[in-house]
Ligand binder design. Structure first.
Ligand code: GLN
Length: 309
């Protein structure tokens, strides 16, 4: 309202409606090469207005107040000029229909990773899976948990499982713990600090899952600029991107119960190589799972034996 009281001396000072701002920003984002231009504009405007995104459609003709517009303008600049991902600007991202806090200290959970959660659940809820001793709870390990997305998605689906999640980054573990709290799953997940299996020496699990760093250094030049705002250690894993997966596959057998499963997210072109690594390491029933774009995104295998423990 105060916008209307001021003289419209310039474009900058005149009053803008929700719809006008959305149109202008979508166009600006498109010209800046941002793919999800309209969605990003909506998410950022809703954030600046502190209202749910769908509310924007009802408020199309409403003028945006100067304070709100200033907030929005800053967000738009960060998105278009600095290429900060929307998840970081908003401080949260939805994954598995749960809302996760996200900062620069963690990899933003991506839809592709839901493939990993689905793969894990298909085994856990499938026939014949589980501890030989029916009285024992199923034990799950999430390596390199980051925001905690995978472990907490599984915790939300599996009230009877014990979850352990590890990360090399203390800062990430802090966020993961906050997310556990936020999702009321604090008692469900044991968070441990350390490199891969190091913090779980001597322990075995029925299921090990991981979305490790797997981006190849040699691809660095062709990556979207947004990745610069996420932790390097969560993304890159040597020249071919396989440095961490190699160690993970090699170490997994010692931490799986007989009949237990390992599932790892990867880049589609790594699938064949990692399937071979799994077979060489002694895994059986090696399989792959596909992401929404139908590319191989997850491979897994079963550690020989029955009854998983
Ligand atoms: N899928 C991510 C990307 O390409 C990479 C995630 C990862 O390295 N675990 O942006």
């Amino acid at each position: 309202m105060s916008g209307e009281a001021r003289p419209a001396t310039s474009d900058r000072d005149r009053s803008w409606t929700v719809l006008e701002l959305l149109r202008w920003t979508t166009d600006y984002f498109k010209r800046a090469g941002i793919e999800s231009a309209r969605l990003d504009a909506e998410l950022l405007l809703a954030h600046a207005l502190e209202s749910p995104r769908l509310r924007l459609y009802v408020d199309y003709e409403k003028p945006v107040l100067p304070d709100e517009r200033d907030r929005f303008r800053q967000l738009v600049r960060s998105r278009a000029v600095d290429r900060v991902p929307v998840s970081i600007l908003l401080g949260e991202r939805e994954f598995w229909s749960l809302s996760f806090k996200v900062t620069r200290d963690v990899l933003t959970p991506r839809p592709d990773t839901e493939t990993l959660v689905e793969a894990a659940l298909s085994k856990l809820k499938g026939p014949g899976f589980g501890p030989a001793d029916p009285g024992r709870r199923v034990r799950i390990l999430d390596l390199g948990t980051g925001s905690g997305a995978i472990a907490l998605a599984l915790a939300s689906e599996l009230p009877d499982a014990d979850l352990t999640a590890s990360d090399l980054s203390q800062a990430a573990l802090q966020i993961a713990a906050e997310n556990a709290d936020r999702l009321q799953q604090k008692e469900r997940v044991r968070f441990l600090h350390g490199d891969l299996f190091e913090p779980v020496a001597g322990e075995r699990f029925d299921l090990v899952v991981s979305n490790p760093p797997y981006v190849a250094r040699r691809d660095e030049g062709k990556l979207p600029p947004e990745l610069a705002h996420e932790p390097e250690m969560a993304l890159f894993a040597g020249e071919d991107g396989l440095d961490v997966i190699r160690r993970l596959v090699a170490g997994a057998g010692a931490h799986l119960s007989p009949g237990g499963w390992l599932f790892v997210e990867l880049s589609p072109e790594q699938a064949v190589t990692v399937e071979q690594q799994l077979t060489s390491a002694g895994f059986v029933d090696v399989e792959r799972r596909f992401d929404l774009a139908r590319r191989p995104r997850v491979v897994g295998g079963r550690w020989p034996g029955t009854g998983s423990g």
